[in-house]
Design a protein around this ligand. Structure first.
Ligand SMILES: [Zn+2]
Length: 109
């Protein structure tokens, strides 16, 4: 088992007990270590200690991240014509719009 340092740019600034390191008189808050259990199965928590650190990274590097996969045109998901559905209950009723996706194999789901 190995580790990486959390990639959150502000990880070392959050005041939590587990980030405190150093000897008396020269204490610091240090970036957390993130354990990697399986290098063939990585995900965001393989590089970030928390969702907050992941968000900090995304906010700081958003322009570079977007360049990985720019969205120049909208995507679309095929759907059936939406239907109004009225739900009855003891004291009245309410109406919702039912939207069913059509998958690429034309199965309704
Ligand atoms: Zn972190």
């Amino acid at each position: 088992m190995s580790h990486v340092w959390c990639h959150g740019p502000n990880c070392h600034t959050y005041s939590t007990q587990d980030r405190v390191r150093g000897s008396k008189g020269s204490k610091v808050l240090r970036t957390r270590k993130v354990k990697i259990y399986d290098r063939s199965n990585t995900h965001m928590y393989s590089y970030f200690c928390s969702n907050g650190c992941y968000n900090d990274f995304a906010h700081k590097h958003v322009e570079q991240i977007i360049r990985i996969a720019p969205r120049l045109e909208p995507l679309e998901t095929r759907i059936e014509d939406p239907k109004k559905v009225t739900h009855e209950y003891q004291y009245g009723s309410y109406t919702t719009t039912e939207i069913k996706k059509i998958d690429s194999n034309n199965n309704v789901g």
